[in-house]
Design a protein around this ligand. Structure first.
Ligand code: 2M8
Length: 420
């Protein structure tokens, strides 16, 4: 039997469709996904540094003129996916894309690749990417936080990457469902319907897309009109970490003006994330911007301020007690939603299962916050999941079973990266 490293490398090589990596060999996602690609680059970096950079370069080839980097870049036949490019009808003239974005991990990954220092033409490549990263971050603050609150809002649950987390339930229920799209869905042909988002959720996902398409995905109109507008704590934490990494990259490259500009974004976001701390519950919660209310739901996103800021654990040790309590109730960490709650479903998409990419963010945040023992626990669990559950898309925290798409790229990438 080949070892895990060889298996993981084989998966990334197989899913490499020529400069970009599809998320799975199963056919479930026949395109390039934004945060999948960035996180997959962390895996490529372990055996092919040049290829790691290519993944990011290809992703930024889909960047829009206004700076947005889309959730999906459609680069091959996409009729096994719904909604595909013919539904989105979007792009930048070169690449067909969706019309929304995803968690901005790019600057964090580029910093990691830069600090490894082992890719060919590194200075030139970084020089080409930095202005694109800067435009991407500027876009978030102008398009998604026009009032300058420090928290950017997402306009679709898909932007969060945690599609049907219970955190969105109330905000999504307030969205008009539109006509049923049950007959158009393709995902349930690949994964059992019982583990995928429900029919009512999908109807609303698509109705949002249709509404945004009618506005030509114009950010100036979208922010005011979006029926789903949420300042997610996880998304903002990921952006904040990326802000810090972008500042380091810009300063390292001698772009002081750029670094100072991003420091301005980061200062606002640091204060706004801190204002999301709920002292009573000892947890971080995001806000429903559209309905101006706190979303008091314990999703894994509420742990991600640890990933954004190495001083969180010292300020709020209560946050760690939540994580410890979650870990006591499952065999493997970290469930994507608090176990023991009525919404927790260990096998259904983002309502309880484990994703290794989020585990990495949690364990990295814990280590940076001086929580070595907890960080090691999450690392051990992550590697054990692959050893016994294979390279699935995600894992059941109560049994460790691998679920969803098989030969999954970011699971393979995390296996390589976390073992390094
Ligand atoms: C899932 O999301 C897509 C839509 O973006 C889907 O279900 O069709 C999520 O897990 C998301 O975070 C991920 O990027 C994508 C591809 O792995 O799949």
């Amino acid at each position: 039997m080949t070892d895990l490293r060889e298996q993981a490398i084989a998966i990334l090589r197989t899913n490499d469709h020529g400069g970009y990596t599809v998320p799975t060999a199963s056919g479930l996602y026949p395109a390039q996904w934004n945060w999948d690609s960035c996180l997959v680059a962390l895996g490529f970096a372990q055996f092919d540094p040049d290829r790691a950079w290519v993944e990011i370069e290809t992703l930024f080839d889909g960047q829009w003129a206004d700076g947005m980097v889309p959730q999906i870049s459609f680069r091959e036949a996409d009729d096994t996916y719904f909604p595909n490019s013919s539904v989105w009808q979007a792009g930048n003239g070169r690449v067909k894309t969706s019309g929304i974005t995803q968690p901005p991990v790019a600057a964090t990954v580029v910093r990691y690749l830069t600090e490894r220092g082992d890719a060919p033409r590194l200075t030139e490549r970084l020089g080409a990417l930095l202005p694109k990263l800067l435009r991407y971050h500027r876009w978030f603050y102008s398009a998604r936080d026009p009032q300058g609150t420090g928290l950017v809002s997402i306009v679709h649950p898909w932007e969060s990457g945690m599609d049907n987390s219970p955190v969105w339930d109330a905000a999504l229920a307030a969205v008009e469902p539109g006509p049923s799209v049950a007959h158009l869905r393709k995902d349930t042909g690949f994964s059992h319907a019982s583990v995928r988002p429900t029919g009512p959720e999908y109807d609303r996902y698509i109705n949002l897309v249709i509404g945004y398409r009618a506005l030509n995905y114009d950010p100036a109109k979208l922010h005011g009109a979006a029926p789903f507008l949420v300042a997610d704590i996880g998304f903002n934490s990921i952006l904040q970490r990326a802000n810090r990494d972008l500042i380091a990259l810009l300063r390292g490259a001698g772009d002081e003006a750029g670094a100072v500009e991003v420091e301005g974004f980061a200062a606002r976001t640091a204060a706004a994330i801190e204002a999301c701390w709920d002292a009573e519950d000892g947890f971080y919660y995001g806000r429903d911007t559209r309905h101006d209310r706190v979303i008091r739901k314990p999703g894994i996103a509420g742990l991600l301020p640890l990933y954004a800021d190495p001083t969180v654990a010292e300020r709020h040790p209560a946050l760690l007690r939540h994580l410890e309590a979650w870990l006591e109730q499952v065999r493997f960490g970290v469930p994507s939603f608090a176990p023991g709650t009525p919404e927790f479903e260990p096998r259904r998409y983002w309502r309880g299962p484990i994703w290794l990419v989020v585990n990495w963010m949690v364990l990295d945040g814990l280590a940076r916050n001086g929580q070595a023992a907890l960080s090691q626990r999450v690392l051990r669990d992550s590697l054990e999941l692959v050893r016994q559950g294979g390279f699935g898309e995600y894992f059941d925290p109560t049994t460790g079973e691998g679920l969803g798409g098989n030969s999954f790229s970011w699971t393979a990438a995390m296996c390589l990266f976390l073992r390094s």
